[in-house]
Structures are given as C-alpha cells and as structure tokens.
Design a protein around this ligand. Structure first.
Ligand code: IPM
Ligand code: MG
Length: 368
C-alpha cells in the first residue's frame, strides 16, 4: 500500500511455487515486464524457491534466501503451493505451510479478494446472466489470526479415541484493524459494507460484531449490514450483485472468496493482495492444480490480475494496473478461454496458457 520512491526500481520477489504456480507466474511476469516497459516503470525482479518443489530440492519449503528476498522486496508475486505427495503429513508439517509462514513473515494481515464480472466472462458463469451481470464484490479477509493460527492446536487420545483440537482466537486489535480497513475500502467503492460472522454461536464473532458497531460511527457514509456466514453463503448465490465489500474472519473469508470465484465460473480468475506489512503479497486465489501442471492448460488470468493489483497497491501505478485489467477483458472478449472456463462439451475449444497470455500482451501493445 506504500508507494515506492520513484527514484529506484520496484523490487519484486517472484515465488512460483508448485504445480501450475510457476507457469501462471511466468505469464504474469511477462505481462508485468511488458506494461512496465510501456509505462517506463523500472523493475528489479528476482525469482526464488518456495513450497514443495523447494522442499524436494533443498529440504526446505521456505529457504533463508527466499525469506530474505521476500522481506526486502517491495512486493512478492506468488504462484501457488501444494503437492498431493505430501498430503499424508499433518497440515502444519506440509511444505504448503510455507504460505502461512510467508504471510506471517510479511505481517500481511489483510487479504483483499476482488471479484468482478467481465462481459467476456458472462457465458462462463454457471449462474443466470441477470443475476451475475453486475457482480463486483471485494472480500476483505483477516489473514493472520482466527482458526488458522489459534493455540492450542493438537491431536491427542482421550478415553481411547482420537481427539483433534483447533482454537479460534481473535484479539481486539486484530479485528479493529481489518474492520477499519474494510470501511475505508468501502468508502472508495459503492459505500456498502457487509460484516460476516457467526455471532449467534461463536464468542469470537460476538467480539467481532461489537467492534464493528464501535467503529461504524466513524464511517457514517458507509451503509453497514451484518450477515451470519451461512446466510451470506445463500445471499451470494441468490443476489451476488447487491454486495460491495464483505469483511470477515480468516476461515469464513477463505470459504466465501472461493464461492465468489465459483459464481464467476472458475477459481482461475480471482487475484488477491495480502497487505498490512511493509511488503505486500500478490497471489492468485487458486491452488497448485497438480493435475494441470506443465501442460500449458492453466488459466493465467488470476496471476496476471494479481500483477495488476501489485502495481496498484505497491507502486501506486494505477494506469498500468488498469491497462492490464483492460487487456485481460479484451482477451476474453476475443473469445479466448482456458479449459476451466468452458463446459465439458466445449473443452476442445480451449486455448493454452501461452495463447491467453499472448492475447493479453497483444492487447497491451494497442493504443488505448
Ligand atoms: C487460500 C488457500 C490457503 C488458505 C491454503 C492453501 C493454506 O486456500 O489462499 O485461500 O487457506 O489461506
Ligand atoms: Mg482458499
């Protein structure tokens, strides 16, 4: 969120990661380089090992050199992590854990996941066009607390049976900062904020609700609503276009943002920015999709749009970000679709990762 001084290059640490991560990140880097050249933004890009691939090669999913590069950069551009070969391990011992470590290292407590319907995507959505045509929602997800990080977290045997324990913890300041940021972001959009919790059951959610009520008077121009997370899941399907900004906890935000992706038609289209600390992190919402890896089939849209978010949030390069977003829309309008955006019967029409990226690059070169 801090613009970098214009007298030095924008330092970007690239972590391709696992599965389709490296190929979609390569596409995003190509687009980033092209727009930066066009707009004379100086880039200093370095690529580092991360995730299961790094674990295999070096025995460490997040080696020290990668840690250092990430924390010294202005922004981190990440692909994806996750490899089914490690699924037998407990979650916190999998190489995928590196992603949570990275978010912690960067103190990236706010995860912004925008989802906007593009005219060229309408036919890819499983929803009726009149319901999704105007969808433009920003999910603001708390990223460093809640069930993901609470202690105790353990497995033990009690009375001869296995017991698993996760703990949901929220501290006042953690809720306060994410809620305030969400209000500020709503102020710059359609001025509607929906706070999503489960305060009819959870103590953390009751605290959440109280803090939202305390902060709301500071933003009298923002129309505030509340939904329990289950009701929000329904409302997102029945009238998604009525949402503007949704703010929620780590787990609920994780689930709801995947749901918005499904409403648009594919997980392959949603970018994200994780902000709060001195270095921000930009990554597609999707995972590593190991079954697609290395086949030039993955949708690079989410990664390319993450590069646009990087330019907007880190360098303050709004024009360059808009140019990338327009170029993606243009590629879609030309009818280019990776397989994830096509129904099974039409998958033979799918374009490759390379073809989609080339169309975005070509659109970028056209005069605005
Ligand atoms: C996401 C992912 C991650 C999360 C996983 C891979 C740990 O689902 O970024 O949404 O749950 O945060
Ligand atoms: Mg997720």
């Amino acid at each position: 969120m801090t613009p970098t001084p214009s007298n030095r290059p924008l330092r970007v640490c690239v972590l391709g990661g696992d599965g389709i991560g490296p190929e979609v990140t390569r596409a995003a880097v190509q687009v980033l380089r092209a727009v930066c050249e066009r707009d004379r933004i100086e880039l200093d890009l370095g690529e580092y090992p991360f995730g299961s691939s790094s674990f295999r090669e070096t025995g460490d999913a997040f080696p020290e050199a990668s840690r250092q590069a990430a924390s010294e950069a202005d922004a981190v551009l990440l692909g994806a992590v996750g490899d089914p070969a490690f699924d037998h391990l407990p979650p916190m011992e999998r190489p995928q854990r590196a992603l949570l470590d990275l978010r912690q290292l960067l103190d990236a407590w706010a995860n912004l996941r925008p989802a906007r319907m593009s005219a060229g995507l309408l036919d890819a959505s499983p929803m009726k066009p009149e319901i999704v045509r105007d969808l433009d929602v920003l999910v603001v997800r708390e990223l460093l607390s809640g069930l993901y990080f609470g202690r105790p977290r353990e497995r033990r045997v009690e009375n001869g049976e296995e017991v698993a324990i996760d703990t949901m913890v929220y501290r006042e300041h953690e809720i306060e900062r994410i809620v305030r940021l969400a209000f500020e972001l709503a102020q710059k959009r359609k001025k509607k904020l929906c706070s999503v919790d489960k305060s009819n059951v959870l103590e953390c959610s009751r605290l959440w609700e109280q803090i939202v009520a305390r902060i709301a008077p500071e933003f009298p121009d923002v129309e505030l609503s509340h939904l329990y997370v289950d009701a929000c899941a329904t409302a997102l399907v029945t009238h998604p276009a009525e949402f503007d900004v949704i703010v929620s906890s780590n787990l609920f935000g994780d689930v709801l943002s995947d749901q918005t992706a499904g409403i648009l038609g594919s997980l392959g289209v949603l970018p994200s920015a994780s902000v709060g600390g001195p270095t921000s992190l930009f990554e597609p919402v999707h995972g590593s999709a190991p079954s697609l890896a290395g086949q030039d089939k993955a949708n690079p849209m989410a990664a390319i749009l993450s590069a646009a978010m990087l330019l907007r949030h880190t360098g303050g390069h709004e024009g360059a970000a808009l140019a990338i977003e327009a170029a993606v829309d243009q590629a879609l309008a030309l009818g280019l679709r990776t397989a994830d955006l096509l129904p099974k019967a039409r998958r033979h029409e799918a374009c490759t990762t390379t073809a989609f990226t080339d169309a975005v690059l070509a659109a970028l070169q056209q005069p605005a």
